[in-house]
Design a protein around this ligand. Sequence first.
Ligand code: MN
Length: 154
Amino acid sequence: MPFEEYLKKRDFKKTPEPAPKAEIQKEKHLIFVVHEHHATHLHWDLRLEYEGVLKSWAVPKEPPLAQGLKRLAIEVEDHPLEYAKFEGAIPEGQYGAGKVIIWDSGTYIPEKFSDKEIIVDFRGKKLLGKYVLVKTAFRGAKNSWLFFKLQHKL
Ligand code: MN
């Protein structure tokens, strides 16, 4: 943490001095959406805004509302940010044909965002609090993650 000393001495709610960009980034609220997708197999699509796109995972079972449930989440292609507001019916014959509705949406704070582990603090209606996505080697697949809610205290 390069600005540790600088940060320690200042309260940016009280001083007009600039906060380092990294600190602003940490507090930034990004958007998320979970689509309920009635395709051939009903699944949920978790999408997190990150670096200008929606990082996306297909979750075969309903996302966990309480801790103790770990869900498989298959990473899929990035979607455009505009997709966060999409609801509708994808026509027969098209990729992902079926009804898409928004299951939950809101903002989140990215606490960690690496290739292997993502920790987010959700401010949605259903998804609230800290969740983890951690890469796993489920059945040898390279794109599988586990998605679960964190305990209150860590
Ligand atoms: Mn889908």
